[in-house]
Write a protein that binds this ligand. Structure first.
Ligand SMILES: [Fe+2]
Ligand SMILES: [Fe+2]
Length: 470
């Protein structure tokens, strides 16, 4: 499939061969740019940023790095190349040819999935809109903007699917994606984690670590889809997404490193006094973002997940690589649930537990990151450890919503939860303290006191490189 990089909308979907779609997208483009100017990074729209732009879908050299002003970014539509012999990889239609159009009975459900995924992309840009003003370094500022423009491109990816495959409904949904606003009580974004403020850099790093990581697993499950255009779209989005997760994981890791270093150098002092983020506050931020992100996987027991899997629309994480049996039809899954006020085990058909299965993969991935961060602490001789709270803690969706649990997952009553809330979740005072550290550092090569510099720069450039020309 050839790349049309110099059309108004860069694409590899032969847009100029589908005039109707091209017109619809070209009509949407100025509205998108209006949204970007209104809700994109505030105060930096005319600055040159050293950004990567997708220019190919080949694994080697898919991106070009250069200075660009964000409103001039070449947002485009890129799908992984098609495999002519692709077959449905799981479910009841396992082994049949993949679907090139939306299966009729799943039209609404699939539209919902695409809209929900699509809605998170602009939402995160909105949540992060003010962060540039308090960046800890030019390197971090550039990474923020890289994430922002690519979330914008992910919106394009979802809007392409809506406009190409869902007719008038899809065009209406595409318009509404530009109308909802993160945190706006009248027209909020669809998912709760995307209405939470992300107004300091610790929130940003936790968001890209934990919430973007949900995106990775959702995209990975959809990248297995038998609806081929969706699969190929998500496969390419995952290429970009990896950097967002890198920003989050290394961002939190650098906070841990800096705190550990100061604790080591000043064993008798409170790192707060030294202008860094103490581990207890960091732990509460982890608890907050991890629990909200777990909700994004949906209920533990879900007939939707069963229907989607049966239809070959949404698979498991690495369905082809990690599983030998692809129908998941005659297996059961043991879940913990709340029954009569206590925890109990319940066996459910595996297909009904696929949200939980995907969540389990996510948790494993988070644990890997935690182990790395704890190694930074050990390296500096700090005995304390960071941890992930129980997956039952602070949940608003699924089996555990409406019950109170401590961070170890023990059922407690609501009063106890409220009494101990400030022990487990960021308080106003925590948030204010973190915010009090957020002063912009914009001199090339300099970095804020509360975070360690990265191990390496971007694309072989040194940390001192002028990543954003202010
Ligand atoms: Fe995204
Ligand atoms: Fe992302």
């Amino acid at each position: 499939m050839s790349m049309n990089l110099y059309e108004r909308i860069p694409n590899n979907v032969n847009l100029s061969g589908d005039k109707r779609l091209q017109r619809a997208l070209e009509k949407w483009l100025p509205n998108y740019l209006d949204w970007w100017r209104e809700m994109g990074p505030d105060g930096f729209q005319d600055k040159e940023v050293y950004l990567r732009t997708a220019v190919s879908v080949q694994p080697d050299g898919w991106a070009n790095f250069d200075y660009v002003k964000m409103p001039d970014y070449r947002w485009g539509i890129f799908l992984k190349p098609a495999d002519a012999n692709a077959t449905v990889g799981f479910g009841d239609n396992y082994g049949m040819p993949v679907y090139q159009e939306v299966p009729g009975e799943f039209r609404n459900a699939l539209r919902r999935i695409i809209v929900t995924q699509g809605d998170t992309e602009p939402a995160s840009v909105e949540q992060q809109r003010e962060l540039g003003k308090t960046c800890p370094s030019l390197y971090d500022l550039r990474n923020l903007f890289q994430v922002n423009v690519e979330e914008g491109r992910h919106l394009w990816a979802m809007v392409y699917l809506l406009q190409r495959y869902f007719g008038q409904d899809g065009r209406d949904e595409a318009d509404e994606l530009l109308q909802r606003r993160s945190g706006n009580p009248d027209k909020p974004r669809i998912l709760e984690a995307f209405n939470q403020p992300c107004d300091d850099w610790l929130n940003f790093f936790c968001f890209t670590m934990f919430t973007d990581r949900d995106g990775k697993f959702q995209l990975a499950a959809l990248a297995e889809s038998g609806f081929e255009p969706l699969a190929r779209t998500c496969q390419f989005m995952l290429t970009e997404e990896a950097h967002h997760l890198f920003v989050g994981e290394t961002g939190v890791g650098r906070v841990v490193k800096r705190t550990a270093q100061l604790m080591k150098e000043n064993p008798n002092e409170d790192v707060r006094e030294l202008g860094a983020i103490p581990l207890d506050i960091l732990q509460r931020y982890i608890n907050f973002w991890f629990s909200y992100s777990l909700d994004l996987f949906g209920g533990e027991i879900s007939s939707n997940s069963a229907d989607f899997f049966a239809a070959g629309l949404k698979g498991r994480y690495k369905e082809q690589d990690n599983y030998a049996e692809h129908t998941a039809a005659n297996e059961n899954f043991m879940l913990t649930v709340v029954e009569d006020g206590r925890l109990a085990q319940r066996e459910v058909p595996l297909r009904n537990a696929l949200n939980e299965v995907l969540r389990g993969e996510y948790v494993k991935d988070c644990e890997r990151a935690l182990a790395r961060w704890n190694k930074f602490l050990r390296d500096d001789g700090v005995a304390a450890e960071l941890y992930l709270p129980s997956t039952r803690f602070h949940r608003h969706v699924g089996e555990f919503a409406g019950h109170a649990f401590d961070v170890r997952g023990e059922l407690i009553n609501a009063e106890e939860f409220e009494r101990r809330r400030a022990e487990w979740l960021p308080s106003m005072a925590d948030r204010e303290f973190v915010r009090s550290l957020m002063h912009p550092v914009t001199e090339p090569g300099k970095i804020a006191n509360w975070i360690a510099p990265p191990a390496a720069g971007i694309k072989g450039k040194p940390f001192e490189f002028e990543y954003v020309r202010l």
